[in-house]
Write a protein that binds this ligand. Structure first.
Ligand code: ARG
Length: 458
């Protein structure tokens, strides 16, 4: 019996469990069945195996699929176990399924096939999330909030402008995932162990049957490479990093009362009754490590592997699976938390004026009246130095005194008092920053139009 022969070659020794990937391979069980089917159909079309045998193998595969991964016989991996199960049902002829292929091209094909499905789901999740962010940004164009650099109050902006900034970053993340998808979506099947096969295989046909965009040409590269895993995981690590920034922003905002998370996205303390913590976002931030670790693990696994196949590769896929599961969930949770949160407009508007955040606006005003910006900067910087810790802006008299000192003239020689008062108002500051991409409501509207067009084409 061939089944016995196969099993004898799987070490019965102490390393048996160590060698086996059968449990991990549950992830590619369906993919392997699809690959088997495509291969068998192609072999029959090419007259490599009889139609009748092909039919019996396909019927066996249907049964095996219905029974599920857990019902498979023992094996070194899912490929061997499915082959054994086919032979159990079809008899010796079932062994014809493995004509003109190797587990090396088989597993490479399975991983690409399954990862393609997962990746499409991730991309769809990110696209849905981006639509939600665009909607949220549109609704919050007028909600003024403090903008920070170095975590210090910097300049007023709006919740709409801030959230649109993350949509734009997620658009690039989408682009990287789509780019990785194109190179992932190539067919290695028909490469066999690495050295091709004397059988008249039709690699374009299995590509077509499996929905691949093309054929991974060189058989040695096609069976050995896992760089597509690196690309996907790297794009995921970048996506996770984008999300971690968003999560961190919201965590900081929550600590200041600048946002009220929906209860479903918050957590309480088991001891401190007053607490409402942004745990979901802390987990999003923490999960960045999953993707980064995956990328690191993968590159370490792949480094220096000689051509062609090596068993190290059996440990490569898991890094990508872990990363993609973890990050996809993070996208949903992060965007869910942000879009269901309340943004208290009054508190935010008040906070937007803290720390003399309108200082740049005063300097801009002087510069618009012909004072060199560096000099204008000096006037406002000196006025800022007079501020006590709890003061948000210097009064007009102080600004005037400094202007006299630096410019040799009173402030009113350059700009009238009304204009100065207006420039000190955070909402006014936002309204005037209407340069392309800026926070002024109409500038945000324009950005969201670009974002929507981008979304439609992704
Ligand atoms: N299970 C293996 C993997 O995932 C494929 C088996 C190839 N084994 C071999 N000895 N060439 O990479």
């Amino acid at each position: 019996e061939q089944t016995v022969v196969r099993r004898d070659r799987f070490s019965g020794g102490p390393a048996r469990g160590f060698l086996s990937s059968l449990a991990d391979d549950a992830r590619i069980f369906e993919a392997d069945l699809a690959v088997d089917r495509a291969h068998v159909v192609m072999l029959a079309e090419q007259y490599v195996i009889d139609d009748e045998v092909a039919g019996e193998i396909l019927a066996a595969l249907a049964e095996i699929e219905a029974d599920g991964h857990d019902a498979l016989p023992e094996g070194e991996d899912v490929h061997e176990a499915i082959e054994s199960a086919v032979i159990e049902r079809v008899g010796e002829d079932g062994g014809k399924m493995h004509t003109a292929r190797s587990r090396n091209d088989e597993v490479a094909t399975c991983i690409r096939y399954r990862l393609r499905e997962d990746l499409l789901e991730t991309i769809a999740t990110v696209v849905v999330a981006r639509r939600q962010l665009v909607e949220m940004a549109a609704d919050h164009r007028e909600v003024v909030m403090p903008g920070y650099t170095h975590l210090q109050p910097a300049q007023p902006t709006t919740v709409g402008h801030w959230i649109a900034s993350y949509e734009q970053a997620l658009a690039r993340d989408t682009g990287r995932l789509l780019d990785a998808y194109d190179r992932l979506n190539q067919n290695p099947l028909g490469s066999a162990a690495f050295a091709g096969t004397p059988f008249d295989v039709n690699r374009e046909r299995t590509a077509e049957l499996l929905g691949f965009e093309g054929v991974a040409e060189n058989s040695m590269d096609a069976s050995a490479t896992r760089d597509f895993l690196v690309e996907v995981t790297a794009a995921l690590a970048n996506l996770a990093t984008t999300l971690s920034g968003l999560a961190e922003d919201v965590i900081v905002m929550a600590s200041k009362g600048h946002v009220e998370l929906a209860d479903e996205y918050a957590s309480t303390s088991s001891i401190m009754p007053q607490k409402k913590n942004p745990d979901t976002l802390e987990l999003v931030r923490g999960r960045t490590g999953d993707a980064t670790a995956g990328l690191n693990g993968l590159l370490t696994n792949l480094k220096g592997q000689p051509r062609a196949y090596n068993r190290d590769l059996q440990r490569a896929g898991r890094h990508a699976w872990d990363a993609i599961d973890s990050v996809t969930e993070s996208v949903e949770v992060a965007v869910g938390a942000v879009t269901t949160a309340e943004w208290p407009a009054e508190t935010l508007a008040e906070a937007a004026g803290e720390g003399f955040s309108t200082a740049t606006g005063i300097a801009d005003l002087l510069a618009m009246r012909g004072v060199p910006f560096r000099t204008a900067h000096e006037v406002v910087a000196r006025a800022a130095e007079t501020l006590k810790h709890d003061e948000n802006a210097p009064d007009y008299a102080t600004l005037d005194a400094v202007a006299e000192e630096v410019l040799g003239d009173s402030l009113s020689a350059y700009v009238d008092r009304d204009a100065v008062e207006r420039a000190l108002d955070p909402a006014e500051s936002v309204r005037t920053r209407n340069s392309r991409g800026g926070p002024a409501p109409e500038a945000v509207t324009d950005q969201l139009e670009v974002a929507t067009d981008r979304l439609d084409s992704d």
